[in-house]
Design a protein around this ligand. Structure first.
Ligand SMILES: NC(=O)C1=CN([C@@H]2O[C@H](COP(=O)(O)OP(=O)(O)OC[C@H]3O[C@@H](n4cnc5c(N)ncnc54)[C@H](O)[C@@H]3O)[C@@H](O)[C@H]2O)C=CC1
Ligand SMILES: O=C(O)[C@@H]1CCC=N1
Length: 265
């Protein structure tokens, strides 16, 4: 089975590297990339041939579209003539619906809409898949296998996708933002930057592992840290005063709204 990845930017390379780590033969993988310098970089790094979109579409059984939402319609027009019966088209683009994908491809094409995230680079990705109108269980299994090479996979109704994008698609950026803020806070308190970074990163990793391994509700875990009259209670009062919880809800709502706008643009 030949897999073609169209658009090898951040997410395209993340998926490509995951497929290689999971043992896919480089000979079964093809990539396309509009920027010549980026194409040369990837050829050198992975030993994979970069070809044009038409050639990739001709040779592939599974086509994975990883361009920006704004570039999707023109890409669909380029690859549509080469789509054959039995091909599966998988889109990783935020906000592009299966209806838009199907509308730009030959009638009856099997499409899958996926929202992945960048922790796939370290095989800890979260990918949510939604099937198009002509997608069979067999096609879903192909898409699921592909994404499972670099993390967890779930199937969701397409109506969830804007919310999924706002939580797990954009989510790593919120976490990195909090990490940046904690490191800066450590530096404000006089810690060397390297020490503040090590303390913050291990704390995040430990807390995430605790949630996963204990299955305990995060409220209970937070209460276990919060001694009466202690340091944590003092800190949390300031976060509440600044309405940080409400800010998170508004931020995630804004991301979901933007995902919806992308499908209409
Ligand atoms: N970066 C992220 O965390 C996530 C990104 N996504 C989705 O993945 C898609 C790609 O995002 P990024 O990788 O971050 O963007 P990017 O800008 O890093 O990569 C897109 C790549 O596609 C190339 N490209 C554009 N049009 C092309 C064409 N017609 N033929 C060949 N190559 C073409 C560009 O030169 C660029 O290298 C987007 O649709 C985004 O919504 C989804 C989840 C997470
Ligand atoms: O910011 C974006 O639009 C993309 C989709 C989810 C994460 N990055």
């Amino acid at each position: 089975m030949t897999i073609a990845i169209f658009g090898a930017g951040v997410m395209g390379e993340t998926l490509l590297s995951g497929l290689i780590r999971s043992g896919r033969a480089p000979g079964d993988l093809v990539i396309t990339e509009r920027r010549a310098d980026r194409a040369a970089e990837l050829e050198a790094k992975y030993g994979i041939s970069v070809v044009d979109n038409a050639a990739a579409a001709e040779s592939a059984d599974v086509l994975v579209l990883v361009v920006k939402p704004q570039d999707m319609r023109s890409l669909l027009a380029e690859i549509a003539p080469a789509i054959a019966v039995g091909n599966v088209v998988i889109s990783l683009a935020a906000g592009i619906t299966t209806e838009v994908l199907e509308g730009g491809l030959p009638a009856g094409t099997s499409v899958v809409r996926v929202m992945p995230n960048t922790p796939a680079l370290v095989d800890q990705g979260m990918a949510a898949l939604s099937r198009g109108a002509h997608c069979t269980d067999e096609h879903m299994a192909i898409a699921s296998d592909l994404l499972a090479s670099c993390g967890k996979v779930i199937e969701v109704p397409e109506s969830y996708q804007d919310a999924v994008t706002a939580i797990s698609g954009s989510g790593p950026a919120y976490v990195f933002y909090v990490v940046e803020a904690m490191i800066e806070a450590g530096v404000v308190l006089g810690l060397p930057r390297a020490t503040a970074t090590e303390l913050t990163v291990q704390t995040l990793y430990g807390a995430a592992t605790m949630i996963r391994q204990t299955g305990t509700h995060p409220t209970v875990l937070r209460e276990q840290v919060t001694s009466p009259g202690g340091t944590t209670a003092a800190a949390l009062r300031i976060l509440d005063d600044h309405r940080v919880r409400a800010a998170f809800v508004s931020a995630v709502e804004a991301a979901a709204e933007r995902s919806g706008e992308l499908s209409r643009s």
